[in-house]
Design a protein around this ligand. Sequence first.
Ligand SMILES: [Ca+2]
Length: 440
Amino acid sequence: MFNKKLLAVLVVLALTAHSNDALFCLSCTATVSPRHCHTLQKCEDGKVCFTQRYSGINGEVLYDTGCHTPSICSKRTTQHLVKSLSHNPAYPHTEQCVECCSSDACNHKGCGSPDYPTRRGPLCFNCQQSVDPTFCSSVQVCDENEICHLHEEVEFGESIFVQSCSQKHICDSGSPYVFGKRSTERCLKCCNSDLCNGECAAVTTTTTTTTTTTTLPTTTLQYSSPFDCWEIFHNGFNTTGIYQIYPWGPGKKSIDVLCNMDVDPKGWTVFQWRHPLTENFTRNWEEYKNGFGNVSGEFWLGNEVLHLLSTAHPTQFYIGISSTNGGSWYEKFDNMTVASESDNYRITLGNASGTAGDHSTQIDHAGGMNTLQFSTYDRDNDANPNSCAANYKGGWWFNYCHYVFLNAARGFSYAETIYSNRISNMSSFNSSILMITRMY
Ligand SMILES: [Ca+2]
């Protein structure tokens, strides 16, 4: 079995306690303007929000944003950055500005970039499902007539939080969210200031449902309609194999997935498997969205399912690769999310650990994939003037273009660099596995 050697790896998850004092900063790379960045990062103590403006390959103005130590804005550091960027082939032109600020999302207008529209609603957390509203890292600016909204459902004993912009009348009309007799709404919050829907502390409305006499199906399973392989594992199934999950919720359509119960922490939902590289991975946007291949062979599970699973719970991401000369490596990333289709399935990755090397998150490099949108040959969302997906014949989170690319076409020798420093081309690529599980 793949990566058996690696099963004994202990992962220590450092769970960061939520602090009300934490500074939130917009965190994106290569955006045309910071105000178009929809990812919010909770900074470590002592860090500030930064904006960095520079010229892209065609001379277009681009911005990176995020948390950083204030030293990035010191004169000496700025000069050093200008020097290092000008030697990076991805950024032939020098950086133009680095600016710091220290209030929530203040870097949405850093380095002289355009501010949010003057007529706008609040900046709100925007997550369709999260196990804790403080884990939400996606934001959007609401329309003028909208407010920030947060509500909690309890389903099968688990709390699920939904955060979004909503019409004001949603709050005026009480509770519009009733998802059947198994749901009890707990927290419903409507508020009208930036980032006010990040937690449930101030509950504006509480509704209590009356006890239902409906007899629920008797079952010994903890999760009768498992959402993912994590729930299947916690239902007591600890053998790697194909199982049925309900990513769209109980009573909705189910799909077959490969659950990996070998790698710790067990309960991984596999979303890509390649070996022996016979499946065609040169597919269009819709095929990558909905998935293709055979779940008992080689496949891509689908970006839509990946989005649903990775945004419902804090998610750990695993990349496993092996080469034809017998080498195998893995890398794990904390806090992985894949945004919705409206954000072109943008991927976000947290801290990395493993043996393969963190070539996916090198934010200042042209080939890192962290915070990037997905591209296919018919949907070009990369930073390259050409289409990376068309040139390299597979869908991926391309930048300009890649350090890691595990969906390359078989026999396509031009697709060099399958995994930077590990697998240099298709002829030495033996297998890959991509999978996710809950961090806790
Ligand atoms: Ca392009």
